[in-house]
Design a protein around this ligand. Structure first.
Ligand code: DP6
Length: 330
């Protein structure tokens, strides 16, 4: 019998082949599959306590009562778990991030992955990894990729049961390093829910989705064979394709800042000079600079010569969501 409380940690992840647009937005059923890396060193710790005396769910993030918007999102998610387990009690959720909030690093993936594990454990619901991944997807699509370890593929699937993520290689498979170049700390003006909805308004989205099985194959193969040249080429291409869709949506979404563009222009040139390095950007101006760990210092030095960079965070391949009450890793 459980004491109705559990604590879990999970990391964010960076997509090499992106999720952008849904087949069914209500259940975050994506238009295409995606591939990502769990980002060790950055993480969320979440404790969940169910109590028969609570009259509603409560949410604290980094020692502060959460906004109404975040609370409603978490309440809806907890209700899915209650319905699934035929459970009646409300919960207190206490969540902490070890990476500074508002740095433009999406915390929803690590948050919903940690919450999925902590909430289900607290009520003694033992889910398999794929069941947990499916569940986390309901909170935030990309959260399903923070349940497994290392290098992860999310199969788009055709319905709720068939859409979840699995590990394709463990964290120690390849010593990649993600240098997250923080360019703008402002919160996103357009959230991902709205962005996914707008994807279908771009004439390029159909082409992007149609070519995704081929790009997934190329990326998976490059990762498994550790072919950096091939990997760099497909990762940059896929990021550019997603941003082309964003820029041609109605209304158009432009996320890049001048410093983002400067890096996008410089990085392929550094690669031509022999450095293993490439870029990818999510729905924001921050640039994820991917390299091999032994080149990280040299690349960081080059990044520091670009104007208007706020700071650089480092992440290596990490483990999936797990029960723990420690928020220090690396
Ligand atoms: C650009 O998973 O944040 O980062 O399901 O609405 O929470 P919601 O969206 P989210 O979308 C991620 C979009 C992306 C690309 C990616 O991570 O694959």
């Amino acid at each position: 019998m459980t004491d109705l409380t559990a604590t879990a940690i999970a990391h964010p992840n960076i997509a090499f082949i992106k999720y952008w647009g849904d087949q069914d937005p209500k259940i975050h059923l994506p238009a295409n599959g995606s591939i990502s890396m769990v980002m060790d060193c950055l993480g969320t710790k979440t404790s969940v306590t169910f109590d028969p005396d609570f009259v509603t769910d409560l949410l604290t993030i980094n020692d502060k009562a959460a906004s109404q918007k975040s609370l409603v999102r978490v309440q809806r998610f907890l209700q899915i778990i209650r319905d699934m387990a035929n459970w009646q009690m409300y919960a207190r959720v206490v969540s902490e991030n070890n990476f500074p909030m508002g740095t433009g690093i999406a915390s929803s993936a690590s948050a919903f992955a940690a919450l999925s594990l902590a909430a289900t454990k607290a009520i003694g619901l033992g889910l398999s990894e794929s069941e947990l991944s499916r569940l986390a997807r309901h909170g935030s699509g990309s959260a399903c990729r923070s349940i497994p370890s290392g290098f992860v593929e999310w199969t788009a699937g055709e319905d709720d049961n068939t859409s979840f993520a699995c590990s394709i290689a463990p964290p120690n498979h390849w010593e990649l390093m993600d240098l997250v170049v923080v360019i703008n700390k402002e919160h996103k003006k357009v959230g991902s829910v709205e962005g996914h909805r707008l994807a279908a308004t771009s004439p390029f989205q159909k082409t992007r989705v149609h070519g995704s099985p081929q790009r997934l194959d190329t990326c998976r193969q490059a990762l498994l064979t550790k072919d950096f040249e091939k990997f760099a080429d497909i990762v940059e291409f896929d990021s550019n394709l997603m941003h082309a869709v964003m820029m041609t949506s109605h209304p158009a979404l432009f996320f890049w800042e001048p410093a983002s563009l400067e890096l996008i222009k410089q990085i392929p040139y550094w690669r031509k000079k022999g450095l293993p390095v490439c870029y990818t950007l999510d729905a924001g101006p921050n640039v994820h600079v991917i390299t091999l760990s032994q080149f990280a210092e040299e690349i960081k030095e080059r990044i520091s010569s670009i104007p208007d960079i706020l700071n650089v965070l480092c992440a290596k391949p990490g483990l999936g969501a797990r029960l723990s009450d420690r928020l220090t890793f690396c």
